[in-house]
Write a protein that binds this ligand. Structure first.
Ligand code: COA
Length: 352
């Protein structure tokens, strides 16, 4: 059976920089707090009316397509991972297909909603399609325009200071080469903690989960839309919510577990890794994982300082940067790992 290789890779970061100092001027926060708790110094944000999750994903995709030496029309399947899609529906996959000018009906498009683990889930899905011979050129994109849906007031500071915008993409192809390709993928979830990191409203929950339906302004009229109510807007419920400490505690347990799971399956040790690309959730989480696994600074790639947490985009952006900086060579053992909302987490182990 064929293995799956990353044949092309690219990323796109919007020009606008939002520093911690910029945030200090719009909410009650401070550079020291953000740096100490998260390691973040600045993040990039889209230019309104010019950039979206889909457009950034397409910019990254164009670079990945070029580096793979193929044409957009060669792509037979698109997987688009994001939690900040341009539209509630349809997904960004079809928008990317349109923007890339891929001929009508010539490829399938799948959107993945696994938040910070979206890219890992996408790699795993693509790997199955390629191994079975169903597709030969899969475009996998991770892209986020968080800044268009954040609460940049003091009320939302625990979440909004962490996240940034950007996109990364890869082209995945089959190979018969024994020395490179995906060795294994590992996917996990635990829905018990779905609301610990979530964007709940607006949505089609219709009061099902609410202890206090009045809070959401739900009416008893069965035909009145409760997708978005005035009460949701008035109470600032239309923003992401996070129990930061709870997320942190689970992340530092699940990251090492899922990395070890992949290493064990391949009969490898942490010291065999050329590089670990963890989802850039928080520099403290990455440092904790590094220490727990006994990895050196050279073995762990971090760029959250520049970009913040870019959710589904963070792994492909970091992988693309690491590759373009010459940190990864043919045959190197590379591990990608993520943890996030859901909770969902996972890893990919591959030889470059
Ligand atoms: C979010 C996170 C940085 C918060 O750090 P923390 O040490 O847990 O901080 P706490 O939430 O306990 O808040 C401590 C204080 O800082 C305040 N605070 C929160 N956000 C702040 C901000 N942006 N600026 C300044 N103060 C802030 C809180 O209000 C609280 O004040 P209080 O003690 O007066 O009540 C941390 O929990 C974290 O990184 N969690 C994981 C988040 C994550 O990775 N999410 C993505 C997963 S993919």
């Amino acid at each position: 059976m064929n293995k799956t290789i990353i044949k092309g890779i690219g990323h796109y970061i919007p020009d606008n920089v939002l520093t911690n100092q910029d945030l200090e001027s719009i909410m009650d926060t401070d550079d020291g707090w953000i740096r100490e708790r998260t390691g973040i110094i600045e993040r990039h944000v889209v230019t309104k009316f010019k950039e979206t999750t889909a457009t950034m994903g397409v910019e990254a995709a164009r670079k990945a397509i070029r580096s793979a030496g193929i044409e957009p029309d060669d792509i037979d399947f698109i997987i688009f991972a994001t939690l900040s899609p341009d539209y509630y529906f349809p997904g960004c996959g079809v928008l990317a297909q349109r923007m890339l000018g891929i001929s009508e009906g010539e490829c399938g498009a799948l959107d993945i909603r696994n938040q910070c683990s979206g890219f890992i889930y996408g790699m795993s899905v693509a790997d199955q399609f390629i191994k079975t011979g169903m597709y030969r050129n899969i475009l996998l994109i991770g892209s986020e325009a968080h800044s268009l849906g954040m609460d940049y007031s003091t009320r939302g500071r625990d979440v909004s200071v962490i996240f940034g915008d950007g996109a990364g993409a890869v082209i995945l192809q089959p190979t018969e080469n024994e020395t490179s390709g995906i060795l294994s993928t590992h996917l996990h979830s635990d829905g018990r903690y779905a609301e610990k990191l979530a964007f709940i409203s607006p949505g089609c929950h219709g009061g099902y989960y609410a202890d206090d339906a009045e809070k959401y302004g739900f009416s008893e009229d069965p035909l009145e839309s409760v997708f978005l109510t005035q009460a949701m807007l008035d109470d600032h419920l239309t923003f992401p919510q996070m129990d930061g400490q709870f997320v942190f505690k689970h992340a530092v347990t699940k990251f090492p577990e899922v990395i070890q799971e992949a290493l064990k399956k391949a009969g490898k040790k942490a010291s065999d890794l050329k590089i670990l690309i963890p989802h850039q959730a928080n520099l403290r989480i990455s440092q904790f994982v590094q220490k727990r696994m006994g990895l050196t600074d050279d073995q762990v790639y971090n760029n959250i300082q520049k970009y913040g947490n870019t959710t589904a985009a963070s792994i492909p952006i970091a992988l693309s940067e690491a590759y373009h900086e010459g940190r990864i060579d043919h045959g190197d053992l590379v591990c990608l790992a993520a943890f996030g909302s859901g909770f969902t987490w996972g890893s990919v182990l591959l030889n470059w």
